[in-house]
Design a protein around this ligand. Structure first.
Ligand code: SF4
Length: 449
């Protein structure tokens, strides 16, 4: 190791919801970049490689270079003057930044939403309606002898979910790793994940709910008509075999992805899968967990839930939090043309939202916080450059199994963190509003420092 390099052991990759915390990073201190990332998968390696320090303006206002202070003032003015400001994103930043964002939303009577609303929002709704039989990934690694992946492609989206947690690793009660496990994959098509499975169940598109309901019926010993195959593409014999295996394993885990949640049926699908786990607990132990995409989207759910009572799609316009997916979720708010200002944190909705929503974003003042230039930052009135969480910012993130993990940054960034910018905005908004904006008796997160 040269004078200008250092090793950071037990660092964390925040690229995906696996939040692998066993990274060994070799850091080039002179050029502020990571030159080697041991233990990272191909996606993690690309994440570390791409997040060196780029020379960018600290902030832009209407495309012109500005100081951070000027940009904070402009952002605070926009938020304080807005009648329906929205705050969105938050899944690629620390919990510390997320809680300041909640405080701002509360203070300005705004609309608060995270990228959960476009991924596992339906699961968040189902958890509240059906409940969740849960486990950490460590428990799954050590105990699960049957794992069912439903509507996901971890080989490409979460590569180490297979190798670190749920398929190949040897565990306390599964000492031979994959040999001790039955791996089932349920999907509408074959993917790179399919070869990992012992059993591949191909369902017809938009029929997951029917398959789950048929499994529930069979678990309860009810009769299912063989015509289920015509509707779902899955024969009764396959379903019966699956149920026999599910009831006789020692510890089963259902890990489900957006192929289930962003499909016809949405929260009914997630609810059916959670209910199946509950049914199976009459016979043996089963858990069900969503497989999460962004590095701290689970943290966003946790922070927004513990501060407002709801996981996403929360509106403070009446001075208290109201939860209504479909009304207060960002795509819907923008597509209706309701919002008159937007604060977007570590997210790029202009690259993936529906056209009507993006068109409205172009019409209103937008404030962005991002380490890189994005489609959204390019249309923003105020664009802050911030340091990358996990690489240059310390703090807390939640792994997809709701386990909090402390970040161990590799090198310092000249740019401020999201938390620092948001705190400065919050303080200035508080001054501008003179403490008068909140309706009486609704302090909530605005009082959290
Ligand atoms: S699985 Fe996800 S968190 Fe783990 S190294 Fe790969 S990208 Fe990073």
């Amino acid at each position: 190791m040269g004078e200008n390099t250092k090793i950071v052991a037990d660092a964390t990759c925040t690229f995906c919801g696996c939040v692998c915390d066993d990274m060994v990073l070799t850091v080039d201190l002179e050029h502020h970049r990571i030159i080697k990332s041991e233990n990272a998968c191909v996606l993690g390696k690309a994440w570390f490689k791409e997040h060196g320090i780029e020379e960018r303006p600290y902030a832009l206002i209407d495309g012109r270079e500005a100081t951070t202070e000027e940009a904070v003032e402009e952002a605070a003015q926009i938020l304080a003057e807005a009648r329906f400001p929205i705050i969105y994103g938050l899944s690629d930043t620390t919990c510390e930044a997320q809680r300041v964002a909640v405080a701002i939303a509360d203070m300005v009577g705004g609309n608060l939403d995270t990228t959960t609303s476009v991924c596992h929002g339906p699961s968040g709704i189902a958890f509240q309606g059906v409940g969740e039989s849960t486990a950490s990934l460590g428990e799954i690694k050590n105990r699960a002898d049957m794992v069912v992946f439903w509507g996901g492609n971890p080989a490409e989206a979460h590569p180490r979910l297979f190798t670190r947690y749920a398929v190949t690793p040897k565990g306390m009660y599964v000492p031979n790793g994959k040999k001790d496990r039955t791996i089932v994959l349920v999907d509408v098509r074959r993917t790179l994940s399919t070869p990992v499975a012992d059993i591949f169940v191909q369902v017809k598109p938009r029929s997951d709910f029917e398959v789950l309901w048929a499994l529930r019926a069979l678990v309860k010993g009810r009769k299912v008509d063989p015509s289920v195959e015509e509707r779902t593409g899955v024969s009764l014999a396959v379903l019966e075999d699956l149920v026999t295996r599910m009831k006789s394993c020692n510890f089963g885990a259902l890990l489900f992805g957006m192929g289930l949640t962003m499909n016809r049926g949405r929260h009914f699908n997630s609810g059916a899968l959670l209910a199946l786990a509950t049914d199976l607990n009459e016979f043996t132990h089963w858990v069900a967990k969503p497989v999460r995409g962004h590095g701290n989207v689970t943290g966003a759910d946790n922070v927004v839930s513990w501060q407002t009572g709801f996981p996403f799609g929360v509106n403070f316009a009446r001075g208290y939090p109201r939860f209504n997916p479909g009304e207060f979720t960002t795509v819907d708010v923008l597509a209706r043309g309701d919002a008159d200002a937007a604060l977007i944190i570590a997210s790029d909705p202009a690259s993936n939202f529906p056209k009507a929503a993006i068109e409205h974003l172009k019409r209103i003042p937008v404030i962005t916080l991002d380490p890189k230039a994005t489609h959204t930052s390019q249309l923003a009135r105020v664009a802050f450059t911030t340091a990358t969480y996990g690489i240059s910012v310390a703090g807390t993130v939640y792994r997809m199994d709701d386990v909090p993990i402390t970040l161990r940054p590799a090198f310092e960034s000249p740019y401020p963190s999201d938390e620092q910018i948001l705190t400065a905005i919050r303080e200035r908004v508080r001054d501008l509003l003179g403490g008068n904006r909140l309706p009486a008796g609704t302090p909530l997160a605005a009082t959290v420092s």
